[in-house]
Design a protein around this ligand. Structure first.
Ligand code: NAD
Ligand code: DAU
Length: 352
């Protein structure tokens, strides 16, 4: 299946911007991309610098809130949108614990709003792909994997809001016959990730000799997925996935947080040794645990592998090296985010 006018929501964020770059480079997509992003603190147009010029007439940006029904209807009509790949969301668990409202608004109401508009587009509308998370399944003990049949048991306001949005997507397929697909994936890492998340935070702090705050005992486990592998999985599902189905996407890279932080320390010691041979592991500091901190996530991705032939290409060792290298080479990108310079630039260009 091919799409002519694909709306990508949240395209200025981490995964959305990687997805847009990935898709515009794919031969089997020759359509237009309409990136709809509200530009919250996490949305950075710089993540897509050069894209408009590299693909003339194929990339468009609209600054808009997916909760704004009138704006969304107008954008759907003006670009004759025939498919949506929905990334836009508040995505950080710690922020959802401090201030949940925005998560309910963007993640639940925003998804509902887009589904409503999509279902009124009629037969010309080809697909609503919803990008979701493994966190909807809750927490695992030492054994077992999340499958598509695992009951939902979200533990944070973030994961509860994503679970609600998943249920809406499912309901719109069952009730109205809207062509939908849904993917639930594990922790992504790679270029352009906002430096509040574990990997970029630790890489940047370690490179600057700052403290490395590890929550609790550091033994929580996540399954790490390189962002380009995720982009390829999404595109595979959009093209060939069965409508109305859910696909789990994982990286086959289960790691304890403390092991990752130690790997980052050792890699940086190798690439940019500290004076006198000091070791960055000494920067690791155990801090108060995250409330409701899920112990372990691990993904069974055999369905997408069996049905669509997808599996991750990047190992954690190679992906981490690429990621560290990217953050070191793109220090000005991170500095502009952390200094607030990019917010000032956005105020000038987009009025705040
Ligand atoms: P991100 O926080 O980096 O980017 C989110 C983007 O959405 C930002 O550009 C932001 O401006 C935009 N946005 C937020 N609210 C909006 C609204 N109301 N209207 C329009 N735009 C809005 O997030 P990410 O890490 O790239 O995650 C993207 C999606 O993938 C999210 O739905 C998230 O739940 C899901 N996901 C992320 C991961 C991960 O490891 N990062 C894993 C599984 C699933
Ligand atoms: O599993 C998919 C999810 O992965 C996505 O749905 C979320 O959008 C994404 O943010 C991510 O959620 P996590 O909470 O797992 O990611 P985070 O990078 O915030 O934390 C990863 C692990 O590291 C987690 O166990 C908490 C821990 N941690 C995190 C930070 C920021 C620390 O120990 N110290 C830290 O400073």
């Amino acid at each position: 299946m091919t799409f002519n006018n694909l709306m990508v929501t949240g395209g200025c964020g981490f995964i959305g911007s990687n997805f847009i770059r990935y898709l515009l480079g794919e031969e089997d997509f020759q359509g237009r991309i309409i990136n709809v992003d509200k530009l919250t603190y996490a949305g950075n147009p710089e993540n897509l610098s050069g894209v408009e010029e590299a693909y003339p007439g194929r990339y468009f940006f609209e600054r808009a809130d997916v909760c704004d029904a009138e704006r969304m209807k107008e954008i759907f009509a003006r670009y004759d949108v025939d498919a949506v790949c929905h990334f836009a969301a508040e995505s950080h668990v710690d922020r959802s614990i401090r201030r949940p409202e925005g998560f309910i608004y963007s993640n639940i109401f925003g998804t509902f709003n887009l589904l409503e508009i999509a279902r009124h587009r009629g037969d010309a509308f080809k697909l609503f792909h919803h990008v979701s998370t493994d966190e909807v399944y809750g927490s695992l003990g030492p054994e077992g994997l999340f499958t598509e049949e695992t009951p939902y048991r979200p533990n944070s306001p973030y994961s509860a809001s994503k679970a609600a949005s998943d249920h809406l997507v499912r309901a719109y397929h069952e009730t109205y016959g809207l062509p939908t697909t849904l993917s639930n994936c594990s922790n992504n890492y790679g270029p352009y990730q906002f430096p509040e998340k574990l990997l970029p935070l630790m890489i940047l702090n370690a490179s600057e000799g700052k403290t490395l705050p590890v929550y609790g005992d550091g033994r929580n486990v996540r399954d790490w997925l390189y962002v380009t592998d995720h982009c390829e999985a999404i595109w595979t599902i959009m093209k060939r996935g069965r409508r109305g189905e859910t696909y789990n996407v994982g990286g086959a890279s289960e790691m304890e947080n403390i092991v990752i932080v130690e790997m980052i320390c050792d890699l940086l010691d190798e690439l940019m040794p500290l004076e006198g041979g000091a070791k960055r592991r000494s920067l690791i500091t155990f801090v108060k645990d995250r409330p409701g901190h899920d112990r372990r996530y691990a993904i069974d991705f055999s369905k997408i592998n069996r049905e669509l032939g997808w599996s991750p290409k990047e190992s954690f060792a190679t992906g981490l090296r690429k990621t560290v290298d990217w953050y070191l080479k793109n220090r000005p990108w991170a500095d502009r985010i952390r200094s607030g310079e990019y917010r000032r630039w956005m105020e000038e260009h987009y009025g705040g």
